[in-house]
Ligand binder design. Structure first.
Ligand SMILES: *Cc1c(COP(=O)(O)O)cnc(C)c1O
Ligand SMILES: [Zn+2]
Length: 427
């Protein structure tokens, strides 16, 4: 099942506070290594930690005096202590924008923020997760970085590999937006289009891992997935720190595989356990596009299992028809009193324009999905407008121009004189 390029034994692997891997289903423990499924029950593995014990105030000060990127949280991540001195893209500590104009428009009175991850080095939240996977790849001696991607991940892997000195070869569905294809190719690694959807790409990558052709390859979201996934915890850490070490009451998160949503919850739980934030209830809401809504459908039907779908939506970065973390997302949204909802492609486009018009933030279709769902749930009274709410914007609108191009454009084309300007009716 696993391909290890060197014979590093578990005790020579230094991934900081990470103490091993544990099965999310049966709890079985494993040594740190490039494995992702439990040998006992095939359940997914996640990183287990020896988290810092002791004074919360001291830990808070240590974090606050750290670098202005995700490595300020290195004591809580599966990375070596000197991670900040290695060549990587140093993502994170993106803006938490207080969205008062948007709040007014949506009737939110309790405070509304947009966590704007379009500000990351390759303009999506994927830089956070790739940064963890790179450290695991170094520790396990991989020389080639790879992934199955809905677009943004391919670019994040290509860029991080270029900077860190890895070869890269990434796989995407062949029909992605031009912005994503160019972003993935420009860093000089191999980019392979697969004739099929994301779920086909992912199946292909799983086959490649078991084949000699994939020897020495670290697939950031497959055989390095337990490490990769931890990167999303940094969104939770940053949101709370930027709110003044406080939990938001409500947080709205997009769902592709569901990994990000589950790890934001894990990050919030850790902050509570470490005493860095006050333990109060919070609600987590998941967002999908109607054209790829397997988790939303299961949530609304009251099911525990997620039935796969064939995606058909403009929100291509969220187009995973068989989401690996679907059941965990259902658990979290139900346990916290949140919900999962979906919106149509038209509502996604409207929400992209709403965010641009009110806050000057141009998001991609995934962000349109998240804000569209937030709006729908506020209007339905499911999200409480009197409580603090954070909407996570995971990507950049420049990568999905086609979504808004048909309904945007110049107000007028005029001759360069004042008469012509007046005739255009703009004054
Ligand atoms: C990958 C991606 C997501 C969601 O990722 P999962 O962790 O797989 O749920 C959300 N938004 C954007 C823009 C993405 O690229
Ligand atoms: Zn197990």
């Amino acid at each position: 099942m696993q391909t290890v390029a060197t014979t590093d034994s578990a005790d020579t692997v230094d991934l900081g506070p990470a103490s091993g891997l544990s099965c999310r289903e049966c709890g079985e423990r494993f040594a740190l290594g490039p494995i992702f499924a439990c040998e006992a029950c095939f359940g997914p593995l996640e990183v287990a930690y020896d988290l810092p014990s002791g004074d919360a105030e001291e830990l808070r000060k240590r974090i606050e005096s750290g670098p202005e990127n995700i490595w300020r949280y290195a004591p809580l991540l599966p990375v070596p202590a000197d991670v900040a001195s290695k060549p990587n893209l140093n993502p994170g500590f993106t803006k938490l924008v207080q969205a008062d104009n948007l709040a007014r428009e949506l009737g939110v009175t309790g405070g509304l923020w947009v966590k704007d991850d379009s500000g990351n080095p390759t303009h999506s939240f994927k830089d956070r997760v790739v940064a963890q996977a790179i450290e695991a790849a170094r520790a396990f001696g991989f020389t080639t970085l790879s992934c199955s991607s809905t677009g943004n991940l391919a670019g994040a892997v290509g860029a991080a590999a270029a900077r860190a000195g890895f070869r890269s070869c990434v796989f995407i569905p062949h029909d992605l937006e031009q912005g994503k294809v160019v972003m993935a190719a420009v860093y000089g690694g191999e980019l392979v289009g697969i004739e099929g959807n994301y779920d086909d790409v992912n199946r292909f990558c799983s086959e490649l891992i078991g084949d000699p052709a994939g020897e020495g390859w670290g697939f950031v979201n497959v055989n390095l997935r337990p490490y990769y996934a931890e990167g999303s915890k940094t969104l939770a850490y940053e949101i709370c720190e930027q709110l003044g070490w406080r939990l938001p009451d409500q947080i709205v998160i997009p769902i592709a595989s569901g990994s990000q949503l589950t790890k934001i919850d894990k990050g919030l739980q850790e902050l509570i356990k470490l005493g860095l934030v006050e333990d109060r209830p919070y609600k987590i809401f998941g967002a999908q596009a109607e054209g790829c809504s397997p988790v939303s459908v299961a949530f609304k039907a009251g099911h525990d299992v997620v039935r796969p779908q064939k995606p058909d939506t403009i929100a291509k970065s969220l187009a995973i028809g068989n989401p690996a973390d679907g059941p965990y997302v259902l658990d979290i949204c139900r346990r916290t009193g949140g919900a999962v909802e979906d919106v149509t492609d038209e509502e996604i486009v409207e929400a992209i324009k709403l965010l641009a018009r009110t806050e000057g933030i141009f998001t991609e279709t995934a962000g349109g999905t998240t804000l569209g769902v937030a709006k729908k749930l506020i209007e339905a009274g499911v999200i409480d407008p009197a409580l603090t709410t954070v909407v996570v914007n995971t990507g950049d609108g420049l990568k999905t121009l086609d979504a808004v191009a048909p309904t945007t454009g110049m107000s007028a084309v005029i001759r360069p004189n004042l008469d012509s300007f007046r005739e255009a009716g703009l004054v």
